[in-house]
Design a protein around this ligand. Structure first.
Ligand SMILES: Nc1ncnc2c1ncn2[C@@H]1O[C@H](COP(=O)(O)OP(=O)(O)O)[C@@H](O)[C@H]1O
Ligand SMILES: [Mg+2]
Length: 251
């Protein structure tokens, strides 16, 4: 009897390296990273500023190309992907949120969320329905006609999350998504990440904040371009402590 095959991971990276060569000295941002993220997993990558976390996330989302190494999305090797193919993946199967919300400032909240759905080929009716559902879920029903600049930081990040999730991406990449929020906004965004994760969303969260990282199932420590620790917080006490610590964060 053969054992059942391992399910295909959502994401696999092997021997990734990336050196930034700018004006000054070369920055060896990612120095040989092997990483597997299973479907439905919530993984946090944490480490100090300059460790290479954002570079790693950019590589995984195809926003930058590695110098060497390979990335598989749902078992498919991306080695041959060019810009256009990565753009398609980011539209359909990888949602990304950043520290600064990256909303289109002259579009309403509704249009910001519907746009990626329309670009992915949804009918306007389907895009509208998806947008309504997400805004409801994110507690922003009344904000559809607002412009991004009229919203608080926490609200803008929730809109950015809606935009990232509107096409039901297999993978959500989040780079310091609470980095410019106050404690209330931070709590809201972390609670939403936990809720989407509970419903099966695969998430890779990059944060320098170890406490936020403990919201995840698994915490990867990143230092000087390398993974230095990879801890499964699967056991219930550790996990619930981390989670409640964040969700009870006071203003
Ligand atoms: N576009 C870039 N050009 C040159 N150096 C960069 C660039 N992006 C990042 N770096 C350098 O790479 C290293 C890792 O940066 P980064 O990936 O942003 O780390 P983190 O997100 O952990 O703070 C740092 O030394 C940073 O200065
Ligand atoms: Mg960063």
């Amino acid at each position: 009897m053969s054992r059942p095959a391992e399910p295909v991971p959502a994401l696999r990276a092997q021997a990734l390296t990336k050196t930034h060569r700018g004006e000054g000295a070369a920055a060896h941002a990612v120095r040989g990273v092997d990483l597997t993220v299973r479907r439905g997993e919530f993984v946090a990558v944490t480490g100090p500023s300059g460790a290479g976390k954002s570079t790693l996330l950019h590589l995984l989302g195809g926003l930058q190309r590695p110098d060497s190494g390979s990335i598989w999305l749902d078992g498919e090797c991306t080695d041959s992907y060019g810009e256009a193919r990565w753009a398609v993946e980011r539209r359909r199967s990888i949602g990304i949120v950043f520290q600064f919300f990256n909303l289109v400032s002259n579009l309403t909240v509704a249009d910001n969320i519907e746009l990626p759905a329309l670009l992915a080929g949804a009918s306007s009716k389907r895009a509208r329905t998806a947008r309504r559902e997400l805004l409801g879920e994110l507690g922003l029903e009344g904000r559809a006609r607002s412009m991004p600049g009229e919203l608080s930081g926490g609200e803008q990040q929730r809109v950015a999350l809606a935009r990232a999730l509107v096409n039901h991406p297999r993978l959500l990449l989040a780079d310091e998504p609470t980095g410019s929020l106050d404690s209330k906004g931070t709590r809201e965004v972390m609670r939403l990440l936990s809720r989407f994760h509970a419903r099966g969303q695969t998430i890779l969260l990059v944060t320098h904040d170890a406490r936020l990282a403990s919201t995840a199932d698994r915490v990867i420590s990143f230092f000087d371009g390398r993974i230095t620790d990879d801890a499964d917080l699967g056991d219930p006490p550790a996990r619930s402590t981390g989670l409640s610590g964040v969700l009870e964060l006071k203003d």
